[in-house]
Design a protein around this ligand. Structure first.
Ligand code: NDP
Length: 309
């Protein structure tokens, strides 16, 4: 049996991934292209070029190297009947929680204002707030959201959360449903988005939802660019309703050089670096699932295609 590694990697990335995957699964045969391999039963994918998996009749598992599978689910050439597993790696959850904590500290301790002031050579001190005076809302309490919420609780913030089915997260007030979302948005000083991009969450941060945020609140989007209606966010920032936006993800990536976010004084741009997949730990996650398949054990981290995540 053969494993297809279908990924839009450059040569250096491909070599690093291949080395980690082969070391984690020494008994397996790997190919980068399907041509000439008629016994492919597993595809390990990262932004696979469209059509890469089309018609692979022996496929029994598609394992994504990325946590978000929204792009894969939008690709009609990805076989619908084959189990699809996404990347769930505690090392990534930790990295995401670190980025979220940085963003919260940045806003809580007024470093968004001091960054602008430095450019203007302005020496002005703002009143210092305690962490327990800052209310942070985490939308999405899955792998990344839960780890993030717990990290923020540990750092003394007041934390609330929102998820589809509700959740128990120690120290976090959890809400559900549209009313719960409005309540959470209306209370928080900082809203962190860690939802998956699905038909239900696409464009969630539109003019109506941004207006439901507390005046002077900030948005931290670490999930997917498609969650935000960019024109509506710019309008909310320009009107002074929102204080700041920390954005790691965008509708079009890379962000176009002439995009208004780059130079906006109330926007912090990061180039999709909140939590990169680390090939060293991720290869172990992939290996565990492939061994489970080979040994007939249940697969981990399967995507519910009807829910879209
Ligand atoms: P999970 O699937 O583990 O968690 C998703 C959470 O969102 C769950 O709590 C789920 O609720 C909740 N949710 C889903 N749909 C809804 C809805 N309609 N209403 C309310 N809550 C909903 O995702 P991850 O934590 O692994 O990933 C979170 C996001 O981070 C994804 O968008 C991913 O693409 C992004 N990401 C970004 C990276 C970056 O570098 N910027 C890196 C990696 C991931 P429930 O618990 O009830 O199912």
């Amino acid at each position: 049996m053969t494993i297809l590694l279908a990924a839009a990697f450059d040569a250096e990335e491909a070599a690093q991934w291949q080395a980690c995957l082969e070391a984690a699964l020494p008994g397996e045969r790997w190919v980068r292209h399907r041509e000439g391999a008629d016994d492919i039963d597993i595809a390990v994918v990262a932004n696979p070029p469209p059509g890469s998996l089309d018609g692979l009749s022996g496929l029994r598992l598609i394992q994504s190297l990325w946590a978000g599978v929204d792009k894969l689910l939008r690709d009609p050439t990805v076989p619908a009947g084959v189990p699809l597993a996404r990347m769930v790696d505690p090392a990534m959850n930790t990295a995401m929680a670190e980025t979220a904590l940085w963003a919260v500290l940045h806003l809580h301790r007024d470093h968004d204002l001091y960054t602008v002031q430095q450019r203007e050579r302005s020496w002005r001190q703002h009143p210092q707030r305690r962490a327990d005076e800052v209310h942070v809302a985490v939308l999405g309490l899955g792998e990344m959201g839960r780890t993030t919420a717990l990290r923020l609780v540990g750092n003394g913030y007041r934390v609330s959360g929102w998820s589809r089915r509700g959740a128990e997260v120690p120290g976090v007030m959890v809400a559900q449903g549209p009313e719960g979302l409005r309540r959470v948005l209306g209370e928080a000083d900082i809203v962190i988005n860690l939802l998956p991009l699905t038909p239900d969450t696409q464009g969630l941060f539109n003019a109506t939802m941004l207006a439901a945020m507390r005046p002077g609140a900030s948005l931290v989007n670490l999930a997917r660019g498609g969650h935000v209606v960019e024109a509506d966010l710019l309008a909310a920032l320009d009107a002074g309703h929102l204080r700041h936006a920390v954005l790691d993800v965008f509708r079009e990536e890379p962000l176009a050089p002439d995009h208004p976010f780059w130079a906006h004084p109330r926007v912090t741009v990061r180039p999709h670096v909140a939590a990169a997949t680390d090939p060293r730990s991720a290869a172990q996650v992939v290996a565990r699932n492939i061994l489970a398949l080979r040994e007939g054990r249940p697969l981990a981290h399967l995507v519910d295609r009807s829910a879209g995540y």
